[in-house]
Design a protein around this ligand. Sequence first.
Ligand SMILES: Nc1ncnc2c1ncn2[C@@H]1O[C@H](COP(=O)(O)OP(=O)(O)OP(=O)(O)O)[C@@H](O)[C@H]1O
Ligand SMILES: [Mg+2]
Length: 275
Amino acid sequence: MSSRDAERTSTAPGSAPAPPTAAEKPLLSVARVSKHFGGVQALTDVCLDVAAGRVHGLIGPNGAGKTTLFDIISGITAASVGTVTYIGQDVTKKSCTARARFGMRRTFQRAQVFSWLSVEDNVLAALEWRGGGGGVLADLVAWPTRRSLEKTRREQAEQVLEWCGLADSRRVPAGSLPLGRQRLVELARAIVDQPQLLLLDEPTSGLDETESERLGEFIRSLRDKGTAVLLVEHDAGFVMRMCDRIAVLNLGSVLAEGTPAEIQANEAVRDAYLG
Ligand SMILES: Nc1ncnc2c1ncn2[C@@H]1O[C@H](COP(=O)(O)OP(=O)(O)OP(=O)(O)O)[C@@H](O)[C@H]1O
Ligand SMILES: [Mg+2]
């Protein structure tokens, strides 16, 4: 048995891959990030590495700064101090759009669908940014490259709708669905283009047990295709089952980082969060 195999057996549950080794360059690096909102210090000196093909958990009590960190990673909020490096580039000052074009996707703590658009159009919207050349004229004359691109988009959307169990609702306005299914629409939109980095903010909230199970399968399958997943989640069992590494935030600072077993055994984490 190689040392990597031994590591896998001892640290990761089920079929999870071995934790990243020092030789693996992180896909995302958050370095010494702090954020204040007026007098509220939301994050202090946070460092976090996320490797490709791994599921990383980010846990911590309410108000710990998890969503603020997601906002900084995805470019919605600027850090007061610190840098975000993604695929080897300093993206600290790049827009959300630029980060999305480099394959970064996220979902929101409060699901954000285009409520007036159909479920299918929500998913297609995530694929519209790639033009086909030729501008408006090409649109008007349905230039062949446009037609083939459109066909590919529809096939991709169809596949992900089937996968998420949303095919029967494809023509329904997304905002008319129950919360759990809106979350699946948001997820479908985030994964339709095979993200390199997927940020999920409390994705099981509003999902029933079967939907959570299905979500777990999506996450594993994305990971197996090389996507890095950063998961904020209050369901401790789900986090422990899903993650290769976990970071614990408390009062805006990283309290601990390690494998699920290390985090469960950490006394400071138990006191602050796991109870
Ligand atoms: N836009 C804002 N303006 C002022 N304070 C904010 C803002 N956004 C977040 N905060 C504060 O920053 C801190 C971290 O909030 P954040 O939402 O990131 O926590 P969280 O870990 O995601 O919590 P939860 O588990 O409840 O979602 C909190 O004290 C919060 O009140
Ligand atoms: Mg939050």
